[in-house]
Design a protein around this ligand. Structure first.
Ligand code: NI
Length: 223
């Protein structure tokens, strides 16, 4: 069953992003190693007139990434604690006919971290024809999540102010779903998105009698 986001122009962006999918590489950012080597010489003291928003000084950029990284690490660690408890035998279970199955929800959460690297290293992402990964095992789910987290953390640690303020587009073929500065994409498509679905997952797990870890505070099962 397809998981839709009607608020986003009826477009489903839950197909599961892949870092090697149908996205446009940002010619200005180059490879990961180029990103790191270019960082010191990246021009942060002048703004591209086509880029909206304030100029970012090097200090402002560092404060943005130094604020985002601890949040990223904490949220991903919490999310992982829920994903590793997904009971494989209940993968097809769903709380309502209109709901995603537990397996679909878990695999979607496992892929959301990939949006960070996609947002930072590419100009846009085209979800049309993007492969939809299927739940197989909990171990494979956690492995995919770890890989996506690692790649996004690397990109985030190397991010420059220019990158964070550049516009980024999510499209489905010819249809543009949204265009926002990369910093806003990280906030919505990565952080808010995964926290939203993690909340769903916590309810699914409770309904399957799986003991819950603490999330923002102690659960009924763990302090
Ligand atoms: Ni979603």
């Amino acid at each position: 069953m397809t998981h839709l986001h009607p608020a986003e122009s009826g477009f489903d962006y839950d197909g599961g992003p892949t870092l090697h999918g149908r996205c446009q590489r940002n010619p200005g950012t180059g490879t990961d190693s180029q990103l790191r080597s270019d960082r010191g010489s990246s021009s942060l003291d002048h703004a591209d007139p086509e880029i909206p928003g304030p100029k970012l000084t090097k200090e402002m950029t560092m404060s943005m990434t130094s604020a985002l990284l601890p949040e990223f690490d904490r949220e991903m660690a919490t999310t992982r604690r829920l994903l590793e408890r997904v009971p494989e035998q209940d993968a097809a279970w769903k709380p309502h006919d209109k709901s995603m199955s537990l397996g679909q929800l878990a695999i979607h959460i496992g892929h959301i971290p990939a949006y960070g690297a996609l947002a930072l290293l590419h100009d846009e992402f085209d979800a049309a024809g993007s492969p939809r990964p299927q739940f197989t095992t909990t171990a494979a789910l956690v492995d995919a999540f770890d890989d996506n987290v690692r790649q996004t953390r690397e990109a985030l640690a190397a991010a420059t102010g220019d990158q964070l303020m550049q516009p980024w587009t999510f499209r489905s073929g010819d249809s543009v779903v949204f265009t926002m500065p990369r910093a806003a994409v990280l906030r919505t498509l990565l952080f808010s998105h995964i926290i939203h679905h993690r909340g769903q997952l916590s309810v699914y797990l409770r309904l399957r009698d799986v003991p819950l870890p603490s999330i923002y505070g102690p659960s009924a099962d763990e302090q």
